[in-house]
Write a protein that binds this ligand. Structure first.
Ligand code: FAD
Ligand code: NAI
Length: 465
């Protein structure tokens, strides 16, 4: 029986980072993954393929709608097979890269489905049905999540899609109905709208992207509506019938009222994800789950001795970088070091156009806590780089403690703000005051000046760029 210091089940951002960190610390580590490639949801059917399509479709859209303003007259023609091919090639290169990192850090990839078979034992069933048992001083569960279902809607990934299906459509939909105005719905809805689809988003709540600062979410919805995306908020889908040609969806207002039917050639169901623990053998060692199936942890330890859990399968935001942080912290903890994750400072990004990015508390959260705060805001329409680039939509908003000036939240909507939110994450990690950012010299002309100007706004001395 192969013996390991740590056996990790799942090879996504949680699992592969855990295996690599364990290797770096000199632990004998194995990562059990049943997919044909490492990288989990994120690399195979999540973050990376979605960003590949978002990038390509944004350029296609820009060529259609923005290039003429810059004096570039082109008429782009969509080559969808090539767009999908470059996506697949990038994904393949990334997943191969993880294999390389395993070898470099002496972590074993054990191919197959893992199941906890008792304390310190992980049974792995390979594709050919053969089994082997690994002996582990520690087991890390990193099995991730899967799309949540909706009663009355059957995902077939032909006409009714989950995110995986929506990343590989063979044609541009005429009418795509997205159920759920969350991150997946708006990112993938944006991809297909840019490529020519009519997109209608049906959302249960009376706002889009719950969790996002409400003022930003309003501006975001306005921007997406201007691009042609349609929203039906406060609406619940009650059923759907798929035929060869399309889907007929029935829905009604949440507040009550007349039901209606929407016809679509494709439907994307994106109403959240749920933890994936099927057949994992949690009961063999007594790992407790909550009523939604998540594995609660205390410093990444589950209720069973020697069993740890990280990533989407545990509580908290379902984000790759959160899984990665937990992976490093859990491995460092089980190696006797001091693992740490700043849960209040995990940035979120929506990779649409404009992008939305934030870190820390929203205004709604601060109000609910009864915390006194000041805010500073700066629009990209007053930022010289954004103006020159004709990318003036959006703003930066900074929230700081009224008494101490410590930055409590930063909310960005605008061009490429995904690349800018990290500045606030670092500042907040060091518990900076808004004045620290306001008095830090930023290069001109850059969009990053908007970060500084918003901080200057907290004390009311914003200058127009
Ligand atoms: P996963 O990545 O889900 O990995 C778990 C792995 O475990 C899987 O490969 C699975 O095959 C394997 N597994 C499960 N059970 C077993 C078993 N019993 N034996 C062996 N293997 C098993 N997050 C971001 O931060 N940024 C983004 O831009 C982003 N975009 C996304 C886009 C889409 C369309 C989706 C669906 C998700 C996106 N996410 C994004 C979320 C991100 O993918 C997840 O938060 C992240 O992958 C979680 O990592 P994980 O390691 O916990 O789980
Ligand atoms: P989500 O939680 O972001 O959004 C789901 C939306 O569906 C919510 O607005 C919710 O109110 C709505 N909803 C729920 N039930 C509904 C119903 N019955 N009818 C209509 N609407 C309903 O979930 P999503 O978009 O599926 O994404 C799952 C996870 O993947 C997210 O938690 C996110 O963290 C992660 N992800 C992250 C990305 C990023 O970081 N850029 C990109 C894509 C996914």
């Amino acid at each position: 029986m192969a013996q390991y210091d740590v056996v990790i089940i799942g090879g996504g951002p949680g699992g592969y980072n855990a295996a690599i960190r364990a290797g770096q610390l000199g632990l004998k580590a194995a990562c059990v993954e049943s997919r044909a490639t490492l990288g989990g949801t994120c690399l195979n059917v999540g973050c990376m393929p979605s960003k590949a399509l978002l990038h390509a479709s944004e350029l296609f859209d820009a060529a259609n709608t923005e290039f003429a303003t810059l004096g570039i007259d082109v008429k782009p023609k969509l080559n969808l097979p090539q767009m999908m091919k470059q996506k697949a090639e990038s994904v393949a290169a990334l997943t191969k890269g993880i294999e390389f990192l395993f070898k470099k850090n002496k972590a074993d990839w054990v191919k197959g489905r893992g199941r906890i078979a008792g304390p310190g034992k992980v049974e792995v069933t390979a594709e050919d049905g053969s089994t082997q048992t690994l002996e582990a001083r520690n087991i890390v569960i990193a099995t991730g999540s899967e799309p949540a279902g909706l009663p009355g809607i059957t995902v077939d990934n032909v006409r009714v899609l989950d995110s995986t299906g929506a990343l590989s459509l063979p044609e541009v939909p005429k009418h795509l109905v997205v159920i759920g105005a969350g991150i997946i719905g708006l990112e993938l809805g944006s991809v297909w709208r840019r490529l020519g689809a009519k997109v209608t988003v049906v959302e249960f709540l009376d706002r889009i992207t719950p969790g996002m600062d409400a003022e930003v979410a309003k501006a975001f919805q306005r921007a997406l509506t201007k691009q042609g995306m349609e929203f039906k908020l406060g609406t619940k889908v009650t059923g759907g019938t798929a035929s060869k040609a399309g889907v007929s969806l029935t829905m009604e207002p949440v507040a009550g009222g007349a039901a209606e039917t929407l016809e679509a050639d494709y439907v994307l169901l994106a109403i959240g994800r749920r933890p994936y623990t099927e057949g994992l053998g949690l009961e063999t060692v007594g790992v407790e789950t909550d009523k939604r199936g998540f594995i609660p942890t205390d410093h990444w330890k589950t209720s069973a001795p020697g069993v740890w859990a990280i990533g989407d399968v545990t509580l908290g935001p379902m984000l790759a970088h959160k899984a990665e942080e937990e992976a490093v912290a859990a491995i460092e903890s089980l190696a006797g070091k001091a693992g740490h994750v700043s849960y209040g400072l995990i940035p979120s990004v929506v990779y649409t156009s404009p992008e939305v990015a934030w870190v820390g508390k929203t205004e709604e959260e601060l109000k609910a806590e009864g915390r006194a705060y000041k805010s500073g805001k700066f629009p990209f329409s007053a930022n010289s780089r954004a103006k020159i680039n004709h990318e003036t939509e959006g703003f930066v908003k900074v929230l700081a403690d009224a008494a101490t000036d410590e930055i409590l939240g930063a909310h960005l909507i605008g061009p490429q703000v995904s690349e800018m939110v990290g500045e606030y994450a670092v500042a907040m990690e060091f518990r900076a005051a808004s004045e620290d950012v306001a008095r830090t010299c930023h290069p001109h002309p850059t969009r990053s000046e908007a970060l500084r100007q918003a901080a200057m706004g907290v004390e009311g001395w914003t200058m127009q760029a």
